[in-house]
Design a protein around this ligand. Structure first.
Ligand SMILES: *Cc1c(COP(=O)(O)O)cnc(C)c1O
Length: 389
């Protein structure tokens, strides 16, 4: 059974069955789903995919969901990759593109991971889903749970903006508020998993959200007419999207879609919560927890990440970088982005744009490079939130 051949521990390489619900590996590390790419090569080609539906399920052969009718779809994926030359001129990168992930269901790219993880969890027998969330993951999980008709418990920090709480409730999600950070919410979900059999959908603590996110890598290749950009600049919290794209590029090479070339991967964080940047600058392989994490870009207010070593590996192997941007610049560049492009970005998207002039100054990126900047969510979800300067 199963299109996924097996699960592989990203720390030790230990193999495990993909036919049952699995959280972290015995070593406490994320699992990656592995497919039989050798037998897919030659059939699963860009030509074969070209005329399929404009959503992430077009990459069916490298996705885990395999029950007929097991997909849950609200129209996730295949978001526009937009040339933004006026903003590009402002930052000094005329070939700049924005991947506008704010156009996904529930207004953020969390939809990609949740569509796949919820569908897969249900086909493997999960009956009640739960997760800690800073907001966007919670509304995406609630939406896919509602689409499938299963209960979703979302545990959030008390200071989560009320529009997001309203959205989760409107989607039938059970909102549980905690006086603390997302890490405290995670603890409560672990207890609920042990005591009540909730299936824990925490970032990278189950193997399939990253499978949904990796479709970004395949999609960029197709949208660029069969090539990859020089740089991918990505607002990094738990790192699922960055890790997912890096995984996709390895798969695409094994499938014969690309050679050994890779974009430089850049992780952007806020100065008020920059564990990846600190670890990168110190040449470490792991993050150390960031105390007093502060930024209104709540998707990247993640003081510690279970996939930290995978993020750092992708930055290193790609010749990439990690940069932190001050809170005030996040806000300023989010406004400039709106005015120069017509995209109302989430602050996480503002952080990415704020990083671009710095990357030029640092000599990481050059003026004629093709750069894909990620706007990971819609600014509408953050209305009323103030920069935490
Ligand atoms: C979750 C989130 C991020 C961080 O994504 P990771 O892949 O977990 O690093 C960035 N932006 C927004 C809007 C988010 O919701």
């Amino acid at each position: 059974m199963g299109r996924v051949s097996f699960l592989e521990c990203t720390g030790t390489g230990e193999k495990s069955s993909a036919d049952e619900l699995q959280g972290l590996s015995k070593a406490g590390k994320p699992f990656f789903a592995r497919y039989d790419l050798d037998s897919l090569a030659g059939h699963f080609t860009p030509e074969a995919v070209r005329r399929r539906e404009a959503d992430l399920w077009r990459y069916d052969e490298v996705l885990p969901v395999q029950t007929p009718g097991g997909r849950i779809s609200l129209g996730e994926g295949w978001t526009p990759l937009l040339p933004v030359s006026r903003l590009g001129e402002r930052v000094g990168l005329p070939r700049l593109l924005i991947k506008d992930e704010g156009q996904n269901p529930t207004g953020s790219f969390k939809a990609r991971g949740m569509a796949v993880a919820v569908a897969r969890a249900l086909e493997l027998g999960a009956r009640e889903l739960a997760l800690p969330s800073a907001g966007n993951a919670g509304s995406a999980a609630a939406a896919y749970g509602a689409a499938a008709g299963v209960p979703v418990r979302v545990v959030l920090p008390e200071d989560t903006p009320s529009p997001i709480l309203e959205e989760i409730r409107a989607l039938g999600g059970d909102v549980i508020l905690v006086d603390g950070l997302i890490t405290d919410c995670g603890r409560l979900v672990r207890e609920g998993a042990e005591e009540n059999g909730w299936w824990d959908l925490s970032t990278l603590k189950e193997p399939y959200r990253v499978e949904g996110k990796k479709t970004l890598g395949y999609e960029l290749f197709e949208q660029l007419g069969g090539s990859l950009p020089d740089w991918i600049v990505y607002p990094t919290g738990g790192g699922t999207g960055l890790i997912g794209m890096w995984k996709a590029f390895h798969e695409m090479e094994a499938l014969g879609w690309i050679g050994s070339e890779r974009p430089g991967m850049v992780a952007v964080q806020a100065s008020g919560c920059a564990p990846a940047v600190r670890a990168w600058e110190a040449g470490e392989d792991r993050f150390s927890p960031w105390p007093d994490a502060r930024t209104y870009a709540s998707g990247i207010r993640v003081p510690q990440a279970v996939g930290d070593f995978l993020i750092l590996e992708a930055l290193r192997e790609s010749g990439g970088a990690a940069v932190a941007v001050p809170e005030a610049e996040i806000y300023q560049w989010a406004s400039v982005t709106g005015q120069e492009t017509g995209i109302f970005p989430a602050p996480e998207g503002g952080a990415v744009v704020a990083a671009l002039p710095r990357l030029l100054e640092m000599g990481v990126v050059e003026a004629d490079d093709q750069v894909v900047a990620f706007n990971t969510g819609s600014g509408l979800k953050y209305v009323g939130m103030e920069p935490q300067v």
